[in-house]
Design a protein around this ligand. Sequence first.
Ligand code: SF4
Length: 208
Amino acid sequence: MRDKLLDIYDKLLERYSNQHWWPAVTKEEVVIGAILTQNTSWANVEKAIENLKQQGICSFAGICNIDTEQLKTFIKPAGFFNQKAEYLKNTAEFFLENGSINGLKKQDAKTLREKFLKIKGIGKETADSILLYALDKPVFVVDAYTKRLIKRHNLSKNTDYDSIQRLFEENLEKDTALFNEFHALIVRNAKEFCTKKPQCRGCPLEGV
Ligand code: SF4
């Protein structure tokens, strides 16, 4: 399995090159984006982030200090703004109470993940995105695109979140840079070829 996964990685990297994820200026912005991106496209997240930046509140302190109703209007483009405003507030408060990015980085990934999953609004994919892309922890992020790839290439009998995550984490080095790039490449390929109706012809993973 290790060779298979590395073959997939090499073929994707060869085709697309480095994806430079996560598309954000600060680590706080990564966390905010990870929550806003739930159930919506990145294009919508970008509009919401831009609104927050224009207001000077694209930070944990900014989110905590802004009135919730006002926050909802700024993040409206990302959808589900009532819930997401609450989730952003919960998460920003948690970070500020626990030493923010640098303070939380000192804790191990397993402990952090358990704490994140207790915050209302943070599920496994969001928790792992924050761990990997904001806190530089070697945790593999599993999303719908990853599940699709695993299913279509029959790489695992079990296709639940934890089984797929273990497949990557137990067969590859626990390496932050590798996990960062691998996930970004899977997303890129899912947008280019492995769409709802797969376009296997010309896909870098054709025949893998
Ligand atoms: S488009 Fe086809 S070959 Fe490419 S990843 Fe999806 S299933 Fe595999």
